[in-house]
Design a protein around this ligand. Structure first.
Ligand code: HMG
Ligand code: MG
Length: 317
C-alpha cells in the first residue's frame, strides 16, 4: 500500500500546517558540510512536494554552527523561494536580524530555553539575559512588519537539569510571547516528552492565556514518542506541527538530541485521519532518498524506508 486507509476522527483539526525544519534543524546537525547548491535544491524540492512553511536556515555566528554559515548565500540562490512570511530563519540577536533583513527575510524565529543550563550552553547567556537579548530583536522585527516565532527549548526535560517544572516552562513561554511574538513553538529538544505531559503543558499554557491557536509543537524523536506526542497535541487543538523531512535533525549544543519527527511519518498519520496537509508524500520520500544520497546515510524515517523500498503491489504484506 502506498497510502493508509482513511478513517477520520472528529476531535482533531481538519487541516494541519506542517512547519518544515529539515533545512535548518536537520542540516545544522550534519557532520558533513552540505554544499549550498544542494541545500537550495533541497528547499526547492520541499516546496514542489507541497510544503508551504519552511524554516530555511539560521543567522548565527559561523563559529557556533558552521553547517549554516552559508545562510546569506543560500537565500541569494533561492531568490523569491527563500522569502515570504512562510520562510522563517533563526535569529538570536540584533546582528543576526540585521543580516537577515539585508537578505529580505520576512519571518524570523527567536529561540529561548526553559532551563538556565541550556540557555548558557546554546546561547552563551543566562535565561533572563537571553530574553533581554531577544527583546530588541522582536521589537525591531515587529516594526519592520516581520512574522515572529518564539521557540522554547527543553520544555519536556533537560539533559543537565532533569525534570523541568511545567510552571517554569509556562513562565519562560509567556515572557517570550510578551515580546510580541506571533507563535510559540514548544521544543522537546531531547525527545523525552510523553503524551500526558503534552496535555498538562497545553492546559497550563491555556490557563496563562496562550491558547492552542498560537502554539506549534516541535518534537525530537529520540525515544520514539514524537508522533504520539503530536497526536496528543492535535487532540488538544494544536494545528501547527514542526517536522523534518527524512527525520533529519538534532541540536549541536545538546548531544542527546536526535532528529525531529520525520515529515513523512507525520504525513502518513495525518493522511490516515483525513487531515489535509497539501503534501505529496511520494515526492517527499523521493526528496529524502535524494538527500540521504548527499548525506551518505539512510533516512531513519520508517515511512521513507517502507515507501522507498516497495512498489506497493503487495510486496510489503
Ligand atoms: P557569543 O559568542 O556570546 O556572541 O554568542 P558575541 O556577541 O560575544 O559575539 C561573538 C562574535 O560573534 C563576534 O565577532 C560577533 O560579532 C559575532 P568577533 O567580534 O569576535 O569577530 N556574532 C555574529 N556573527 C554572525 N551572526 C550573528 C552574530 N552574533 C554575534 N548573529 C550567540 C551568542 C547567541 C550569538 C550564540 O550563542 C548563538 O548564536 N547561539 C545559537 C546556537 C545555535 O544556533 N543552536 C542551534 C539552534 S537552537 C535549536 O536547535 C533548538 C530548536 O530546534 C528548538 C528545540 O529543538 O528545542 C530551535
Ligand atoms: Mg529542534
Amino acid at each position: 500500500m502506498r497510502r493508509p486507509q482513511r478513517e477520520a476522527l472528529t476531535d482533531v483539526p481538519e487541516r494541519v500546517t506542517i512547519y518544515e525544519v529539515g533545512p535548518r534543524d536537520g542540516l545544522q546537525n550534519e557532520k558533513t558540510l552540505v554544499p549550498v547548491e544542494v541545500k537550495a535544491e533541497f528547499i526547492r524540492r520541499l516546496v514542489a512536494a507541497g510544503l508551504d512553511t519552511i524554516e530555511t536556515t539560521s543567522f548565527v555566528p559561523p563559529q557556533w554552527v558552521p553547517q549554516l554559515a552559508d545562510s546569506a548565500a543560500l537565500l541569494g540562490l533561492l531568490g523569491e523561494v527563500g522569502r515570504g512570511r512562510n520562510r522563517p530563519v533563526l535569529v538570536p540577536n540584533e546582528r543576526g536580524l540585521e543580516a537577515a533583513l539585508a537578505q529580505g527575510v520576512q519571518a524570523i524565529a527567536i529561540f529561548g530555553s526553559a532551563t538556565e543550563t541550556f540557555a548558557r550552553k546554546n546561547l552563551n547567556r543566562g535565561l533572563q539575559e537571553s530574553i533581554a537579548m531577544f527583546a530588541p530583536v522582536a521589537q525591531r522585527a515587529r516594526n519592520e512588519g516581520l512574522w515572529v516565532r518564539a521557540y522554547v527549548s527543553m520544555c519536556f526535560g533537560d539533559p543537565w537539569e532533569g525534570d523541568v517544572p511545567i510552571a517554569q516552562v509556562v513562565d519562560v513561554a509567556s515572557q517570550m510571547m510578551d515580546l510580541g511574538c506571533d507563535q510559540l513553538s514548544l521544543g522537546d529538544t531531547i525527545g523525552t516528552g510523553t503524551t500526558g505531559h503534552v496535555h498538562r503543558l497545553l492546559d497550563a499554557l491555556d490557563i496563562k492565556g496562550i491558547g492552542v491557536e498560537r502554539i506549534g509543537v516541535h518534537f525530537h524523536d529520540t525515544y520514539g514518542q514524537a508522533l504520539a506526542n503530536t497526536l496528543a497535541a492535535l487532540a488538544h487543538g494544536v494545528s501547527v506541527v514542526d517536522a523534518s523531512t527524512g527525520g533529519l535533525g538534532g541540536c549541536p549544543y545538546a548531544k542527546s538530541a536526535t532528529g525531529n519527527l520525520a515529515t513523512e511519518d507525520l504525513v502518513w498519520a495525518l493522511d490516515g485521519l483525513g487531515i489535509k496537509t497539501g503534501v505529496d508524500l511520494e515526492a517527499l520520500v523521493e526528496t529524502s532518498v535524494w538527500m540521504a544520497g548527499h548525506l551518505g546515510r539512510p533516512s531513519p524515517s520508517r515511512v521513507v524506508k517502507a515507501l522507498a523500498g516497495s512498489s506497493g503491489a503487495g510486496d510489503d504484506a
